[in-house]
Write a protein that binds this ligand. Structure first.
Ligand code: COA
Length: 650
């Protein structure tokens, strides 16, 4: 089955995962049949879909009406009805192996013979499920995360017999429904995300059990010092302590005593009112940023890196897949492989070895792959190679942006869609590095855009503020100036939110084009801050005091139409014309005379900062300088000969 042949999809189960998967598949334009065993379950699931689609429509995040999407969804309690003409079946039944094997046995009888059969299991073996059919080669894992509508990641898991063709179809289907797939090439317990999340939760529990840390210390350190969205204990309370307990038990891993105690006392987290924190008599997590000061975060991160190394060394996943999985599936600020490369793999290995020696515990046993990397000198970013290769000679492998140089157009895509392309220090550093190192002679113009369909950028990464000290921010961030002063014209292609530092990046560009639905603003004041990337100054110069102060003082968002009226952007364009309008602008910039554009940019940028006389003098000098260029000869010759000029930049 090729992905292009998929038309009908069946989702088995109308629970949280089942109805969520049904919704995203229908939103992508497929006909879906959602099946559950009781009518009541189906009605509940269907209502949840209606509610969710309504919410998306209210937020303007649905390209069509909720009714149109709902029209693609059929429901039934009859399994044969649901799957008899399905090209792809996604099973999302309760996590019981026998139940799933029964279902797959039936699917084998009832589905067309070339249908792909997928399971959304998060913890059971795909191989064992596939064995219930006569076609294990067509069975694959498709592990969505909860809630599917919001979570971008899907793990595509090979069972022992799964063919590449089946896995590829599943992978491409995930892309077709606008989610991000990662391959899990072997059927290992926990797949990728839960395998790496294991030590994140488990190691702090051992540290607390052994009296080396407190719960508050661990959570505060991981959140405030290391930027994770939640502390390990807070997360355990949310997911339920029994869940983690059973996973460890099934995998035959020792249970940290503190977890055992809590489970014995039936303090299972939020759902029972008490877990590591008290939600009934207390207010839940009660840690403060400074609690985390003395916690050994390396002990936890070294174990996560070790787990990642095991997965990579065993050919389960690539470093990139592990990192993508942890960013999108667990909300990690960066993947464990990138992070370990920054820490230094030698330091990671040393930590594991010394803990192994000290405690004798197997969990610190270093992965062969980690040892091999360190022994071969691939100790991380500073060495130029670790889990990843880093080219230290100017170019480098970027984590948070994508770039492409094609026919003189350098496209820079801010690539953190899960955080609405929030500008972290790392991402700003990458922009600065890219523009500072690209060969300007190859570039005729730069286009900045945001990944995903929601934002150019929703501002500075608020997550990065927690652990920062005032002095961290007291220097002007070089990225904005690098963009502003880049020797070629720059254009911001804005489709969606353009806020805070995102707006400041757009302001640092020479031109700004936006779709009608885009929104602009400087919301920093709402955080008790002011714009810190040149916003106060550039807005003032661009809009005048009246409007600039309105934006900065009130912190409200304005729509693209008003932004155009105010002169904040060059054009506000209907969505369906946007790419064409951008292409027209880019075309003019790329085919324009590079030296004249550079001089125009310099004298206009700098001339705006000095008095009129000085500005006019700069302009005259620039004009004189250009008169001697080949480009002027070409421009005037082309005019005489009535043809388009071909500027070479000489
Ligand atoms: N920094 C870090 N993360 C950000 C972010 C920022 N500036 N802006 C958005 N995000 C994250 C959200 O935390 C959320 O992540 P989660 O799914 O893990 O919770 C994700 O992006 C989606 O944003 P969400 O708020 O759920 O979307 P929404 O449609 O409800 O609201 C905005 C969109 C832009 C109005 C809202 O995200 C917002 O106000 N962002 C902050 C804007 C800001 O103050 N910028 C200036 C920073 S100095």
């Amino acid at each position: 089955m090729d992905v292009n042949d998929i038309e009908n999809v069946a989702v088995l189960g109308a629970g949280n995962m089942g109805h969520g998967i049904t919704e995203v598949v229908a939103m992508a334009g497929y006909s879906v049949t959602m099946r559950d065993v009781e009518k009541e379950f189906i009605e509940d699931g269907y209502e949840s879909i209606e509610w969710s689609l309504q919410k998306l429509a209210e937020k303007d995040r649905l390209g069509e009406s909720p009714e149109t999407v709902l029209d693609r969804i059929e429901t039934t309690v009859d399994l044969a009805d649901a799957v008899s003409d399905a090209d792809l079946v996604i099973e999302a039944a309760p996590e019981q192996l026998d139940l799933k094997r029964d279902i797959f046995g039936d699917l084998d009888e009832l589905t067309p013979e070339d249908a792909v059969l997928a399971s959304n299991t998060s913890s059971l073996s795909i191989t064992r499920i596939a064995e219930a059919t006569e076609r294990p080669d067509q069975v694959v894992g498709m592990h969505f995360f909860n809630p599917p509508v919001k979570m971008d990641l899907v793990e595509v898991i090979y069972g022992e017999e799964t063919t590449d063709a089946t896995a590829e179809t599943a992978y491409e289907f995930v892309e077709a429904i606008d989610k991000t797939p990662i391959y899990v090439r072997k059927d290992v317990n926990g797949f990728v995300v839960n395998s790496v999340l294991g030590p994140f939760m488990d190691e702090p529990a051992w540290m607390v059990s052994n009296g080396n840390a407190t719960i508050q210390q661990a959570d505060a350190a991981m959140v405030h010092r290391r930027g994770y969205p939640m502390g390990p204990f807070e997360l355990a309370d949310l997911t339920g302590l029994d869940v983690g307990y059973h996973v460890r038990n099934e995998a035959g891993r020792p249970i940290p005593p503190i977890l055992q105690e809590k489970v014995d006392a039936e303090d299972l987290g939020r759902k029972t009112g008490r877990g590591y924190y008290d939600y009934e008599e207390g207010d839940g997590p009660d840690y403060d940023p400074e609690d985390g000061e003395d916690f050994d975060t390396l002990q936890v991160e070294a174990r996560m890196a070790n787990e990642a190394a095991k997965l990579i060394g065993d050919d389960v996943a690539t470093a990139d897949a592990v990192d993508t999985g942890m960013r999108l599936g667990a909300g990690f600020p960066e993947g464990p492989c990138r992070r370990a490369d920054k820490i230094g793999l030698d330091a990671v290995l040393e930590k594991l070895e010394s803990l192994h020696e000290e405690t004798g515990a197997d969990r610190f046993d270093p992965a062969d792959y980690l040892v091999t990397l360190v022994e071969s000198g691939a100790t991380g970013r500073d060495a130029g190679e670790g889990f990843y290769e880093y080219d230290t000679g100017g170019t480098r492998d970027y984590q948070f942006l994508n770039h492409d140089l094609d026919d003189g157009v350098l496209t820079v895509e801010l690539d953190r869609p899960e955080q609405l392309n929030a500008l972290s220090e790392d991402l700003l550093g990458e922009i600065d590095h890219l523009l500072s190192n690209v060969d300007v002679d190859d570039v005729r113009c730069v286009v900045f855009e945001g990944a995903g369909d929601r934002a150019f950028s929703a501002g500075a990464d608020i997550g990065g503020f927690a652990d920062a000290t005032p002095t961290d921010f007291m220097d002007v961030t070089p990225a904005f100036e690098t963009v502003h002063e880049f020797d070629r014209p720059t254009l911001a292609k804005v489709d969606g939110f353009c806020l805070g530092a995102g707006l400041e990046l757009a302001l640092a560009c020479d031109l700004r084009l936006a779709t009608e639905g885009s929104e602009f603003g400087s919301p920093e004041i709402g955080l008790g801050l002011i714009p810190g990337g040149g916003g106060t100054q550039r807005l003032l110069r661009m809009l005048g005091e009246t409007r600039a102060k309105e934006l900065v003082f009130r912190g409200n968002r304005i729509d693209a139409e008003r932004a155009e009226e105010w002169g904040l952007i060059n054009r506000c364009v209907p969505e369906d014309e946007f790419d064409d309008v951008v292409a027209e602008f880019v075309d003019d910039l790329v085919s324009g005379p590079p030296i004249a554009l550079k001089v125009a940019k310099t004298v206009m940028n700098e001339g705006g900062e000095v008095g009129l006389d000085a500005g006019l003098a700069m302009e005259s000098q620039g004009f004189g300088l250009l008169m001697g260029t080949e480009d002027v000869r070409e421009g005037t010759a082309a005019f005489r000969e009535d043809r388009d000029p071909e500027f070479e930049g000489n």
